[in-house]
Write a protein that binds this ligand. Structure first.
Ligand SMILES: Nc1ncnc2c1ncn2[C@@H]1O[C@H](COP(=O)(O)OP(=O)(O)OP(=O)(O)O)[C@@H](O)[C@H]1O
Length: 271
């Protein structure tokens, strides 16, 4: 691995095997801690396995994972979270019986628990004030302030996705790993999600690494993209170049990938 410090997520030779199945084959990533980077590929390409190996949910068979200059390859998930990772899952995972505000505040309180576990019982008044301030700020950015007192379980999937985003933004993570955030959303909701994600991560200076099947959404929000096929990286570069790449088009044969012209005509490519 090169010794220079990289501000984001860097993997070298990252490999994941499940018994005889080679799910991720010696992948090198340099995902910036700013802007939005996509990870795409056909079903079974190894995207979730790669994501999980980065977050520490799956053990790397070989290779290294570095986060903001720190080698986290042997660290457990919660330690990687302390080093800057935030994560959302394919299925929305909120505390369904709590209010939206409580869910979002919990994203912020997690940072205090690491510093002093007693905060679970009693937070300092200054911590409570800061938690409330941050929660209000991210709810505003995610346009869910009017839902703050609603119970999370009573919301639509689209609304719950925004709460999930607000919760991870309320935390200390510098790089957010979003696993298919548009899953279960209508096309109208996807457009709104894209706008809010771009604005909120820009405003807060966070980086995003996103696995997403919806190519229109990927083309709209991602500056750079990695493409996996059969566990191997087959493309790494700008979104514009990915849309123009024959290799990428071939790996998606049968799936709907917007052409460069289509993406540009929608004002989509975020170069
Ligand atoms: N726990 C597991 N045990 C054995 N094989 C697995 C396991 N998880 C994934 N695989 C296999 O590893 C390969 C990559 O799977 P993975 O879920 O990472 O791909 P993916 O690109 O995320 O797919 P999808 O887009 O369908 O979610 C596939 O061949 C899959 O069958």
């Amino acid at each position: 691995m090169s010794s220079d410090t990289f501000s984001g997520l860097r993997t070298r030779g990252l490999t994941v095997r499940y018994g005889g199945v080679l799910a991720v084959d010696s992948v090198d990533l340099d995902v910036s801690g700013t802007g939005i980077t996509g990870l795409i590929g056909p079903n079974g390409a190894g995207k979730t396995s790669l994501f999980n190996a980065c977050a520490g949910l799956v053990r790397a068979s070989e290779g290294t994972v570095e986060l903001f200059g720190k080698d986290v390859t042997r660290q457990k998930t919660h330690k990687r979270a302390r080093n800057g990772f935030g994560r959302t899952f394919q299925r929305v995972e909120l505390f369904k019986t709590l209010t939206v505000r409580d869910n979002v505040e919990m994203g912020h309180e997690a940072a205090y628990v690491w510093r002093h576990p007693y905060s679970l019982l009693r937070a300092l008044p200054s911590e409570r004030r800061e938690t409330r301030r941050v929660a209000e700020e991210v709810m505003e950015l995610c346009q869910i302030t009017d839902l703050a007192d609603r119970v999370a379980g009573s919301l639509s999937t689209g609304e719950q996705r925004m709460v999930e985003l607000a919760r991870v933004l309320a935390g200390p993570a510098r790089l957010l790993l979003l696993d298919e955030p548009s899953s279960g959303l209508t096309s109208l909701e996807r457009g709104r999600f894209a706008e809010i994600l771009l604005d909120a991560t820009n405003a807060l200076g966070r980086g995003v690494f996103v696995v997403e099947h919806d190519m229109d959404l990927v083309a709209r929000i991602c500056t750079n993209v990695y493409v996996l096929n059969f566990g191997k990286l087959i493309f790494a570069g700008s979104m514009k170049d990915a849309l123009a790449s024959e290799t990428v088009q071939r790996s998606y044969l049968g799936e709907s990938v917007p052409t460069v012209d289509e993406a540009a005509s929608e004002g989509a490519v975020n170069a």
